[in-house]
Ligand binder design. Sequence first.
Ligand code: ADP
Ligand code: MG
Length: 231
Amino acid sequence: MNKTSRIISQVRDEGRKLLLEPEAKAICLEYGIPVTEFKLAKNPEETVIFAEQIGFPVVLKIVSADIVHKSDAGGVVLDLKNEAEVLSAHHKIIENAKKYSPTAKVIGVLVQEMAPQSTEIIVGTIKDTQFGQTVMFGLGGIFVELLDDVAFRIAPIEREDAQEMITRVRAYPLLRGYRNTPPADIPAIVDVLLNASKLVMDYPDIKELDLNPIMTYEKGLKTVDARIILE
Ligand code: ADP
Ligand code: MG
C-alpha cells in the first residue's frame, strides 16, 4: 500500500474524519505538492531539537484532531528565531489549546520552516453532490474571503483547464508581478492544481482538500497549511 492509502486507513481506524496537518502534508508530498519542511514533536525537548535541525526561523503549530482552525485556538506561532523563543512558544501553544478546548486531545507540536512572505494562493477541492470532485483556485486573503474571486472546475482537470483557472480570477495580474513583487511561478501552480485533481480522483472519499495558504515564489512555491477532510 502507498503512503496515502496507509494514512487514510489509519485515520479511518481511529474513527476520525479530519486529517492532522502532518498527515495531510505527507499526502501532498506523495502527490508532488511542495510543502514546508515539518517534524512532529511530542515534547518541548523534541521541539527544540527539530527547530535546530530545520533551521531558524521556524513556525510552531498545535496538532490536534479536535482543533480545526489552529490560529483561532492560539495554536500558531510564527517567526521563532532561537531556542528560547521556541521553548516558550511550545508551552504557550499547549496552554492556549487547553484553554480553547479543555477536552481536545493534543498529539504534539508541529515544527516547520518559516516560509518567506509572498503572494498567497489557495488551492482546494470540494465534493459537490451533483458534480462530484471539483477543484478550486483563488488568491489568498481578501480575494477569496471577501471578493469571492475564485475559479472552479470539475475534476479531473487537464493542464489547459488549470491554466485557465489561474488566468480567469480577477486577481490574476498580481501573479504576473507588480512593483516590488516578482511574478509567481505559474507552471508550479498549474502542477499543484493537476496534482490536487489527481489526488481526489484517486481517493473519492476525500470530501474536502484545503491548501490554504500556498506561498508562491518566482521559482516554485510552498504549501504552509494543508487540511484534508474525509466523508
Ligand atoms: P489555520 O489552521 O488557522 O488555518 P495556518 O497553518 O494556516 O493555521 O496558519 C495561519 C497563518 O500563519 C497562515 O495563513 C499563514 O499566513 C501563516 N503561516 C502558517 N504556517 C506558516 C509557515 N510555515 N511559514 C510562513 N507562514 C506561515
Ligand atoms: Mg490555514
